[in-house]
Design a protein around this ligand. Structure first.
Ligand code: NAG
Ligand code: NAG
Ligand code: NAG
Ligand code: NAG
Length: 453
């Protein structure tokens, strides 16, 4: 057989194996998009015909990557409260946050997606799909599309293991080791810690299963036409998922028992190649041979919303440091008198954390940021505000390369003590490098195993 015939046959085989995939990841948070976008693009790169429902436009996608871009609306706009000062949400108890923000926001959010003209137009077409991949976060009505297209449902989550994930794929739920992702208890294995975990998990389970999912179901019925009356419930569809991709990894997360239909893909987004770095920032990093402290509270929690006394506490400490400080700050701030502080509204975080001169990351413990610190081996001080941030930071503290600083404890003395300890006690950097090696080696092994399979 000549080369050309061979190529044609190979192309033919590749074409036959390419699947029609519906990829549903409309949650409006940037950090979710950072995690989900590479998955969709990679599927397209491997030849699949990918149709993605998203709140973020992807510039210049491949030809076989079809976008359904919905107007990006934040949950608080849909709830009608407007954006809070995110530092204030620290006051919410876990069950209050689940109800007041996730559920009260999730329902209008799901309506917003399904009633959008883009999704309605898409639904009116005669599409067929071999596979539906859906995010699990407050948009469960979307699972109905797997039923509509008679395709297997794959669930994917920007979070790690949790109660609902276990139920989805029939994984034995062990509340002794599965900590609710939004709980913040100082010692999860203490009696009080376990009691709180049990309380929040039960609260969520009952309201989620018997109220919230039913509300989601009526949204599905209202906006997806021609569904049969005898359709399985959303709870059943959720339980019927074929595969679950979760954002955790055994090399750094708490140990847990997982069935083979749960695959850990944590750390997947931590690739510096995904970003480009402005020349001036690169120059600053290269020239900061004494080291760099990078401070960024994430895409949602804004440094500019810090009260003035906390802002000044940071500035006074930075002023006394002899290393460069890169601070993501969303407003104008006068740092002219402090030449070692460089302020920008945005930084290519992965590029910065991967740079050899980085010494310390001051963050909020968001899952994406924490995993990036792990993969690149950077010690971390975190100020947890809401959601899973406390838990993520607890892992870094237990592993010996992280420190939790409570929001209410932010003052000049505490910030300086924490920063100096992390910078000048070499054990934190050593631990960070150790866990980074462990993570990157085992992720490489996962990758090679996948290729063989
Ligand atoms: C790819 O998906 C789109 C829907 O977004 C569909 O219109 C198109 O026909 C599909 N292409 C192939 C080759 O199946
Ligand atoms: C759906 O959207 C249309 C406009 O596109 C609007 O008139 C209608 O009220 C919306 N329905 C619901 C239930 O929100
Ligand atoms: C920077 O400050 C630290 C702590 O005060 C000190 O140990 C270190 O020698 C200083 N480095 C330089 C280059 O001045
Ligand atoms: C450095 O930190 C480690 C871990 O917290 C601690 O055990 C050690 O005593 C510290 N070393 C110094 C010199 O403070």
């Amino acid at each position: 057989m000549d080369q050309r015939t061979m190529n044609i046959i190979l192309i033919y085989i590749a074409y036959c194996e390419a699947a029609n995939i519906l990829y549903i990841v409309p949650f409006p948070s940037k950090s979710h998009d950072i995690f989900f976008r590479p998955i969709g693009l990679e599927l397209a790169k491997r030849g699949h015909n990918v149709t993605v429902i998203t709140s973020f436009d992807v510039p210049n996608p491949p030809k076989n990557y079809h976008k359904i871009v919905i107007e990006r609306k934040e949950l608080w706009d849909l709830i009608g409260t407007g954006r809070p000062n995110v530092f204030e949400t620290i006051k919410l108890k876990t069950h209050e946050m689940i109800n007041a923000i996730l559920w009260q926001g999730g329902l209008p959010f799901t309506k917003h997606i399904l009633n959008s003209s883009q999704v309605q137009e898409f639904l009116s077409k005669d599409n067929t799909f071999d596979l539906v991949i859906s995010e699990t976060f407050v948009q469960e009505a979307m699972y109905t599309l797997a039923y509509k297209y008679n395709a297997p449902l794959v669930l994917v989550s920007a979070f790690g293991n949790c109660m609902r994930h276990n139920i989805a794929v029939g994984n034995p739920l062990q509340l002794a080791t599965v900590l609710h992702e939004f709980i913040s208890v100082e010692n999860p294995s203490s009696f009080i810690g376990r009691l709180e975990n049990l309380y929040v998990s039960l609260y969520e389970y009952f309201w989620w299963r018997f109220w919230y999912l039913k509300e989601q179901e009526s949204i599905a019925r209202a906006f997806i036409k021609n569904l049969p009356p005898s359709m399985p419930s959303l709870y059943e569809m959720h339980q019927d998922a074929s595969l679950f991709l979760i954002n955790s990894h055994f090399s750094f997360d708490s140990p847990m028992a997982l069935l083979p239909n749960i695959i850990e893909i944590g750390g997947l987004h931590a690739t510096p190649e995904a970003e480009s770095i402005p020349k001036d920032i690169e120059k600053i990093l290269d020239e900061s041979i004494n080291g760099v402290l990078y401070i960024n509270f994430g895409t949602n929690v804004k440094s500019s919303e810090l009260p003035p006394e906390k802002k000044n506490a940071f500035l006074n400490v930075f002023n006394r440091l002899n290393i460069t400080v890169l601070w993501k700050f969303e407003d104008d701030i006068n740092t002219k008198m402090i030449p070692n502080v460089v302020v920008r509204k945005w930084f290519p975080q992965r590029k910065i954390l991967a740079h050899p001169n980085i010494k310390l990351f001051f963050g909020h413990g968001g899952i994406m940021s924490t995993q990036e610190a792990i993969v690149f081996g950077v010690p971390i001080i975190g100020v947890p505000i809401y959601g899973d941030q406390y838990n993520n930071l607890l892992i870094t503290e237990e592993a010996g390369f992280g420190k939790i600083l409570n929001y209410y404890d932010i003052n000049e003395v505490n910030v300086e003590t924490a920063v100096n300890e992390m910078l000048y006690n070499a054990s934190y950097m050593r631990k960070a490098k150790e866990i980074s090696r462990r993570a990157t080696i085992s992720m490489k092994m996962d990758e090679n195993k996948m290729k063989k399979d």
